[in-house]
Design a protein around this ligand. Structure first.
Ligand code: FAD
Length: 599
């Protein structure tokens, strides 16, 4: 290896990265490739361009063509539109990664946190035609040759995660696995929004962000609506696919529902005792089945031990005979494929056990809102939900990824508006207007011009009104801390009046508040001049030298009054970074200092 031609070595590393089949392998080969090419993914804004320039390899070029085509879309304005935004994404499931890709294309710095260190879900997702088109545009076929080669359109969850992880990394997204998000750390005078993470010394805990996207599956939610239907018990199972000619001949089942094929279900029940509402079979990395089973037959076949009205009690682990569940799932899969699948051996799940699971779909959840803005100490945080934590999908219908990706694009569109500087209430009202459409989307009622789909909702939803929700309807979603109680508001006003009185008449000084008016440093210098005219020559100061003026004032006040600066001169000089509470604290000391020492 050591003597290998450097070009060949980079080609080999690129090939290994493209073909990597586990999350760890993707991360390792990516890091080796970057090290070998001496390109630093932490330089997220220039990373993709530098990687392209360093890797002169025809296979890589085919990939760049695809990604460039996407990146050049007008929505992203060449990555400038969100260049100042910092986004934290919770969860490296398909929806978290898909959103991260869009945010990176918008030019934002993107950090993804994922608590697991492996992508282990064999289960297979149904893809609507637009998602296939979208994933082909991200070079899915290059990363996973079998992508959508079957008669039906689907992909396993883990393969989808691998594809999206690779694309995200290439676009400069930072992905940390085995890091769990635990909550927010509110801004202080000098820091912005941060996260509490586990392990608690992980550097991701230092990342300051102004956008947070939760894609944590069922985990992190706003207030949710519960949609309670009739009892629905889902069973999923996976069998090893050895990719033999015999297996290839067995037909997939895109979904047989009882009402459309009474005979099939009757025969199944008569011959095996298994009674189902529907069944789906996809041939992918594994032979995957998802079915909805009737409670009565699960009780009769001994899968569920005791009957309970409450679904949680009914499906509690202690009330399920796992061996009987394996027999039930095996029997249903065997019968529905005409007993033509040879050697049906269960594939293993992440825990090394036969991959069979039973889930309760009786009660589905949907978040009441898709967005929220929190503001503390003048620092705003935009929060959005995507994927299963926004709307829980009913797996047998395969809506998870289709609606999940729509929400990912909608969230990216929201961040775009945020990056453009739209007012928080307008951003929220627009996002909630779009969210109203999500649960009604079907493959039939979304736009059919898939190749034109972008993060712009008008390219995807047929009848969209971005203003159907008004700003006054989303006020409760803009959560601003009210730090000014009536006492402190009075004290602030008193301080402001004192500052105004003692800076009045100075050229280029106009104090109207306790933050932005102080940016040029001249107001602070004027205050010093009022009380100690010999310490400062106002005529020598230039309004545009804000950092110098602030530094000068800070030094004098420290030397003469013993007041240490509370922020750096450049923070004070930068209008966007001035923290009002820090300025108030500082000026209060200045006021006290001059009052005590002035006869
Ligand atoms: P997920 O894919 O659930 O990803 C969420 C990610 O967030 C996970 O990787 C999780 O580890 C991570 N996470 C959660 N909390 C934290 C935290 N605090 N800190 C860091 N990371 C966190 N759909 C179907 O259509 N058919 C199926 O058969 C099917 N089977 C499924 C089996 C399982 C076990 C699960 C969980 C889901 C299944 N789904 C299935 C749903 C489908 O996986 C989702 O619709 C799809 O993956 C999109 O989900 P997502 O990205 O929103 O969330």
């Amino acid at each position: 290896m050591a003597n290998q031609d450097p070009a060949n070595r980079s080609h080999a590393l690129f090939d290994q990265f493209v073909q990597a089949q586990t999350c760890k392998e993707v991360q390792r080969t990516f890091s080796e490739l970057c090290q070998h090419l001496q390109v630093d993914p932490r330089q997220y804004q220039s990373f993709y361009t530098k990687l392209k320039e360093s890797l002169n390899y025809w296979k890589a070029k085919a990939l760049w063509v695809k990604l460039d085509k996407r990146a050049q879309h007008q929505d992203y304005q060449q990555g400038k539109i969100c260049a100042r935004n910092k986004c934290l994404v919770l969860g490296a499931g398909p929806c978290g990664l898909r959103t991260a890709i869009e945010l990176a294309l918008l030019g934002a710095q993107v950090v993804v946190l994922e608590k697991r260190d492996s992508f282990a879900r064999n289960n297979v997702l149904h893809l609507w035609p637009y998602t296939i088109c979208d994933l082909r545009g991200l070079a899915a076929k290059m990363f996973y040759g079998r992508f959508c080669t079957g008669a039906l359109d689907h992909v396993s969850i883990r393969q989808l995660q691998l594809i999206l992880l690779k694309v995200a990394l290439l676009l400069g997204v930072e992905v940390h696995t085995r890091v769990e998000f635990k909550g927010f750390v509110e801004p202080t005078g000098t820091t912005g929004w941060m996260a509490t993470v586990l392990p608690d010394n992980h550097p991701a805990g230092k990342f300051q962000f102004d956008v947070f996207i939760s894609a944590g599956g069922g985990a992190i939610c706003f207030r949710r609506k519960e949609l309670r239907g009739k009892l629905a018990i889902g069973i999923t199972c996976n069998f090893i696919n050895r990719h033999t000619a015999e297996e290839a001949q067995v037909a997939e089942i895109s979904g047989v529902a009882r009402i459309y094929n009474q005979k099939f279900f009757k025969d199944l029940q008569t011959e095996t005792g298994i009674d189902l509402e529907n069944i789906v079979y996809y041939k992918d990395d594994t032979h995957y089945f998802v079915m909805t089973a009737k409670k009565k037959s699960l009780l009769m076949m001994g899968v569920i031990k005791k009957d309970f009205a409450d679904a949680d009690q009914l499906l509690a682990q202690a009330n399920v005979d796992h061996e009987a569940l394996l027999r039930y799932a095996h029997g249903a899969a065997h019968f529905s494929t005409g007993r033509r699948l040879p050697n049906m051996t269960f594939a293993n799940n992440h825990a090394g056990q036969p991959d069979v699971a039973m889930f309760d779909f009786t009660c589905m959840h949907r978040s009441e809102n898709a967005s929220l803005v929190r503001e503390r100490r003048g620092k705003k945080l935009l929060i959005g939900l995507v994927g299963d934590c926004l709307v829980e999908p009913f797996w047998p219908l395969g809506t998870g990824i289709a609606r999940g990706f729509l929400a990912a694009f909608d969230a990216a569109w929201m961040v775009r508006s945020w990056g453009k500087g739209k007012a928080p209430l307008e951003v929220l009202a627009e996002r909630e207007s779009i969210y109203q459409l999500l649960s009604q989307t079907t493959p039939e009622n979304i736009s059919k011009n898939y190749s034109a789909f972008s993060i712009d909702p008008a390219t995807r939803y047929q009848h969209i009104n971005l203003k159907s929700i008004k700003t006054n309807q989303v006020q409760q979603l803009y959560d601003v801390e009210d730090h000014l109680d009536s006492d402190s508001a009075g004290a602030f006003q008193e301080l402001l009046t004192w500052c105004q009185q003692n800076t009045a008449g100075y050229d280029r000084v106009n104090v109207t508040d306790l933050n932005q008016s102080w940016a040029s440093g001249l107001a602070l210098c004027a205050l010093i001049h009022t009380f100690r005219p010999h310490l400062i020559d106002m005529s020598s100061l230039n309004e545009s030298d804000a950092v110098y003026n602030n530094q000068l004032a800070f030094s004098i006040l420290e030397r003469e009054l013993g007041i240490p600066p509370i922020m750096s001169a450049s923070e004070m000089a930068s209008k966007g970074q001035i923290d009002q509470l820090s300025v108030v604290l500082y000026l209060t000391q200045v006021q006290r200092g001059f009052s005590e020492r002035t006869p």
